[in-house]
Each structure stands twice: as C-alpha cells, then as structure tokens.
Ligand binder design. Structure first.
Ligand code: PMP
Length: 451
C-alpha cells in the first residue's frame, strides 16, 4: 500500500468506529478512503476507482456529484441552511410535500419529516398506535411483521424487524411483536409460480389478523423486496391481499419503502405494482438521491384528522427531530424528483434492468448459484453449498466477504448480504459497467465457492 491511502487509514482507525462493522476485521482489510465520487464511480486517494454497484448502501440514484442536484444544493445553501420546522416553514419543504403527495399512491396527502429511515419507521409505529388511542382503541398496541424483514436499528424499528443478526442481542430491550412467515419466493417449490407461492403464504397473515386484530395497531412490510434480509422477493398479489385484509380487520398497513422507493423495483413506488395505498408510507435513502439524510412518512387525511384537536386534549403528535425537514435536504429531494421527469428515468431503467437481468441470469447455471432473482433495478444471486438440496453455506465461513474482497481488488464495490450477491446500481450505470459488475461477481463467486 502506498502512502496516500495509508495515512488516511491510520487517522481513521485511530478514532472512527464504523457502522455495522467488527472493527477487528480492519486488521485484515482496512476501510477504503474515498476522495471523490463521479457518476457511478468512487475514487480513492491514489486514483483507484470503484464502481458503486450498491449505490452506497442503496441511497444513490443518479450517481455521485450529479451536476443538477449539486446546483440545487448549492443554491439552497445560499438561501437558508436550516430552520426549526415547528412553528416555521420554508419553500423546499412545502414544494417537496406538494410533489410527494402528487406522486405517491392516491390518498397519501400528509407528510411528516424525520432525518433517517429508522426514525421514519419510529414515526409510523408511534403514529399508528397513537391514532388508535385518539380514536378510542387504546388496546390496539401490537405490530405484525414478516419473518426476515428489516426496518432499521433504533429500538422500535429493530423490534418490528426480524433479521436476527442485528436483533437477537437486543431482544431484552425490544417490544414484543407478532411475526408471521414471509411470502419470500426463494422458499417456493421448484417450478412454482411466484404469485401462487405468495398467495399461499398469505394464509399465515390472515390467521394472525383473525386472532390478533383487536390488539394490533399495524402490519409493517417492505413492499416486494426484503432487502437487508438478503434481497428476498415476493409477488405484488401479497400486498393486494394484505391491503384488503387490513381493511377488513381494521388494522393499519405501514409500507416501508425506504429501500425500494424511488424506482428501485421498476415503478416509482413498489406499492404501485399492487395498486394499493398504505396508511403510512416511509421514505428515505433515495428520497434525496442519496445526497443528504432525510426521511418522510406519508399518511392519509383520516390519520391526520385523528390528531387535529384542541391542544389541551393532548392528542397532537408531539414527535420531533432537530433536523426534521432540513431545507438543503429538501432541495436535493426536489431536484432528484425533477430528474425522474427530465430524464425519463423509469422508462430508461427498463432497458438497463433487462440488460442487468439477462447478464446476471448467465450465472444461473453456476453449481453454487441457487437462484438469480430480479425486481426492476435490483438483481440478486443466492449462493448455496449444495444446489440439489439447497443447503446453505455456514455463515461462519463468510463466503460473501471473499467476494467483497475480490471485487474491491477489481475496482467494484459489491457488498454481499450474507450469501447473497446483489446489484443495486445508480441509474446512470451503463451497459458496459453492468457487464463489468457481473463479470467481477462471477469471478468472485468462483473464488468463493472453489473449496
Ligand atoms: N427500512 C429499510 C427497508 C431499510 O432498508 C433501511 C436501511 N437499510 C431502514 C429502514 C433504516 O434506514 P436508516 O439506515 O436510514 O436508519
């Protein structure tokens, strides 16, 4: 290692405690210091470039340093960097709220802001519980979640999630939730249709609602793709059935579109593919095209009305974060939404998604690739030790880490989730860059599965 990167690494390791990291791992593989980003590429201090195939933790939509978003951020910086959103307001948050409610599934007319995804989930959970309390149903205080779901790391969000790697240790601190089997189609029988499998799995949800609806506030789901749970996917029919059942049982539906929103699944919002409107829709990550921390919870007039009252009745939603609705973040979000129209992004993504899927499916015959699955701009490959029996690799072997290391050496940022290699690139990725991504993944998979 030459000196430019090494100096930054030494300074980093002296004080920075990295997220989601066993810091001892950095004895073997130091963090990669990034000096700048352009388009789909990141560059370190020695000029080595990395193709950002994971959109920097699924946040980046239009590449790094996108000129039009840069300009919007710069312009806003000159006007107003931050102002309290309680009692005050500003143009970027007003215009963004108008735009989001115009684009969202019909009926979502109210926007409440926070500054990260987990906080948005906390808001939706609290708001749902509080709605039932305000409307005379204080006993509705539990939540139904899907196995293998992920909704963030703060205690409420962790409680309604179900990835044991992140959750198990903190279990004593978490509220008790009702967990039902996932519609995840990886578990379907060979040859079984996605829709059939997802529909069949709904029986578990129906049963849980029948049994618990009187004490349940909301069902929370990641629409169509359980991302942190290994990019596990299911059919939109599950969401349609869920919407109808939630209505029937008088339970809210929270759609966590933090990872899947803003075009990742092919439509602007994943819920559109089922033609449903949730009671709460959580947005973050791509909301600002990955520029700045911001999140929003969209909800309905009916929910809003349940909080609209005389102050002394104490029915208001007294939740806040200091940076709620930050003007610069809202300006980035507006610029990002404008690009969807200006560049006809969703249409262009269809060709990119077709190319990415076709190239990735070439790996389906690999002896250790159990499945290649796709929903729009998300493609995932599931590695197994034994394909015939579906036996997974023991997690302790960390096969995905070998792929990560190989890809870094080859100038691609792939970050497998356990045994799942996936591509979720920014929408400015080119077909040639997709070819590189897939080729490097193939080499990495070969290396990681050769013993
Ligand atoms: N929900 C989902 C579906 C997510 O994928 C994530 C982040 N990976 C979160 C919530 C939490 O968002 P944040 O990391 O911004 O707290």
């Amino acid at each position: 290692m030459t000196s430019a990167n090494a100096a930054w690494i030494a300074r980093d390791l002296a004080h920075v405690w990295h997220p989601c990291t066993q810091m001892k791992d950095h004895e073997q593989l130091p963090p990669v210091p990034i000096r700048r980003g352009r388009g789909a590429w990141l560059e370190d201090f020695e000029g080595k470039r990395y193709l950002d195939a994971v959109s920097s933790w699924w946040v980046n939509l239009f590449g790094h340093a996108e000129p039009r978003i840069n300009a919007a951020v710069r312009a806003q910086l000159e006007q107003l960097e931050q102002v309290i959103l309680a009692g005050f307001t500003h143009e970027p948050v007003i215009a963004l709220s108008e735009e989001l409610t115009r684009l969202a599934p019909p009926g979502l007319t109210r926007c409440f802001y926070a500054d990260n995804g987990s906080s948005a989930v906390e808001v939706a959970v609290k708001m749902s519980f509080h709605y039932w309390r305000n409307t005379g149903h204080p006993g509705k205080r539990r939540f139904i979640t899907l196995a293998n779901s992920y909704h963030g790391e703060t205690l409420g969000a962790l409680a309604v999630g179900n990835v044991q790697l992140y959750k198990e240790i903190y279990q004593p601190l978490l509220m008790d939730v009702i967990t039902v089997p996932s519609p995840d189609c990886f578990a379907r029988a060979p040859g079984q249709d996605w829709a059939d499998y997802s529909r069949a799995q709904f029986v578990h949800m129906e049963r849980a609602l029948e049994q618990h609806a009187h004490e349940v506030s909301a069902v929370i789901v990641e629409p169509l793709v359980q991302c942190a749970g290994g990019m596990r996917m299911y059919d939109p029919v599950y969401l349609s059935l869920l919407r109808a059942a939630c209505d029937r049982h008088r339970v809210h539906l929270i759609a966590d579109e933090i990872a899947v929103g803003f075009g990742r699944t092919g439509t602007l919002f994943a819920c559109e593919q089922a033609g449903i409107t949730p009671d709460f829709m959580c947005l973050s990550k791509g909301l600002t095209a990955g520029y700045l921390p911001l999140s929003a919870v969209l909800t309905t007039e009916s929910v809003y009305a349940a909080f609209y009252d005389d102050y002394v009745k104490l029915n208001a939603f007294l939740h806040s974060h200091s940076f709620t609705g930050n003007p610069i973040a809202c300006a980035a979000a507006r610029a990002s939404l404008a690009l969807f129209g200006e560049d006809d992004v969703l249409t262009k993504n269809q060709a990119l998604a077709a190319h990415m899927g076709a190239r990735a499916r070439e790996l389906a015959a690999h002896p250790h690739v159990a499945e290649v699955r796709q929903r729009g701009m998300i493609v995932a490959l599931e590695l197994v030790r034994d394909k015939a029996s579906g036996t997974p690799y023991p997690w302790q072997e960390r096969r995905g880490l070998r792929i990560y290391r190989h890809a870094l050496a080859r100038g691609v940022l792939l970050r497998p989730v356990g045994p799942v290699v996936y591509f979720m690139p920014p929408y400015v990725v080119t077909p040639a860059e997709i070819d590189l991504m897939v080729e490097v993944a193939r080499e990495g998979i070969d290396l990681a599965t050769c013993d």
